[in-house]
Write a protein that binds this ligand. Structure first.
Ligand SMILES: [Zn+2]
Length: 124
């Protein structure tokens, strides 16, 4: 069966501070873009439309959105010891793994803070 990758991107807003890291130690905010890429095999034949789709974009988006709602418009220092982009990518990966069908592999979770920097987690 052919293997395909697909991805979605969503944005969240949050506040955080990173103690001991210069100006980042002061409370500030980001609009972060979260990009999820998944992979899986699909039959790519037959009469069912589902045979040509790994997961409906809307369904994937809804599952990711449910996870991101826990972070959106929050002060992330209330949730994590040090809420870096790395921590968020890892945390989102673990949460998403729990709610995806087993035939869908997570390729990567990328958290981009603003225009210049991002962190990505690809699993172990
Ligand atoms: Zn920051």
């Amino acid at each position: 069966m052919p293997t395909v990758k697909l991805g979605i991107s969503l944005s969240i807003d949050y506040a955080h501070s990173l103690p001991g890291h210069g100006k980042c130690s002061m409370l500030h905010g980001h609009t972060a873009k979260v990009t999820v890429v998944v992979r899986g095999s699909i039959p790519m034949d037959g009469k069912e439309c589902g045979n040509y789709m790994l997961i409906d974009f809307i369904e994937l988006r809804d599952r990711v959105k449910n996870i991101l709602m826990e972070l959106d418009h929050r002060n992330l220092n209330e949730l994590f010891i040090c809420p870096t982009a790395e921590v968020l990518a890892y945390w989102i990966y673990r949460k998403l793994r729990e709610v995806l069908p087993s035939n869908i592999e997570i390729v990567s979770i990328r958290v981009q803070e603003g225009d210049s920097g991002w962190a990505e987690y690809e699993g172990e």
